[in-house]
Write a protein that binds this ligand. Sequence first.
Ligand code: SAH
Length: 273
Amino acid sequence: MTDAPKSHGRKTITVSLKPQELMTHSPRLAKAWTAQVITLLPEAFPGVLGESLTGRALKDGLWQLDTVDLRLFGEGRHRNVDDTPAGGGAGMVLRPDVMGRAIDHARARMPREAPLIYLSPRGKRFDQAMAQRLSDGPGVTLICGRFEGLDDRVIGHYGIEEVSIGDFVLSGGEIAAQALIDAAVRLIPRVLGNQASTEEESFSEGLLEHPQYTRPALWNGLAIPEILLSGHHGHITAWRRAQAERLTKERRPDLWRAYCAVHGRDPDEDQEL
Ligand code: SAH
């Protein structure tokens, strides 16, 4: 399909502008959790999300992916999407009218309560709590920037949330979008075979996870901590908790202080190990 849709009304929507086997087939989005991605690189999806756990869940319909090709909403014969920055300077900026059309098209087929997020290094830092919040809702519309990013008026006009995956600059929002989708999708019930494993993971209780070991019991002269082979579940649980606390205190004093505040603990207390 080479033409941008002339009307963005529901009836004229064809969802997969470039149908791909793993993407949504039907014009109406099903009820499953939906990741909608506005991007100049729709071929980059599902990418790694099509593999392993998230890939199986996509095939099983536990979530769906809806890519919106920004280029189709471009201006003129060449479908231009960007222009030089007002005020001068390097690079190009994504045009607000082009992005606005893509957003209107995308939002028309998402539930209103699904958040609209622009992946951006200036955004709120993505974390496990945000992944959980997204996973609990109907889905998310993600905008991937390229070049110098979006015209700021679009962000204000649509009340877009800005979310960053860390204090570094990527060349585009696609990798960030895939990281966010992966973190949210694995929290959808039934995506992970063993639901309990998300409850014990890093961050789920405000702590980093305890160290993990598997066979062989002796490797390069290094033994698995004896307690893990003792079969005593009470001791193992206590040991793991103590290790998680030790690691968090050592590596992430910010998380440790927050954890102590919640549990009424003194962050400077000596730990018994
Ligand atoms: N000029 C911008 C950076 C643009 S990078 C600035 O200095 O803030 C191009 C695109 O990559 C951005 O529009 C954004 O969508 C994406 N991106 C880059 N770094 C990111 C990060 N840490 N988190 C999320 N998205 C990011």
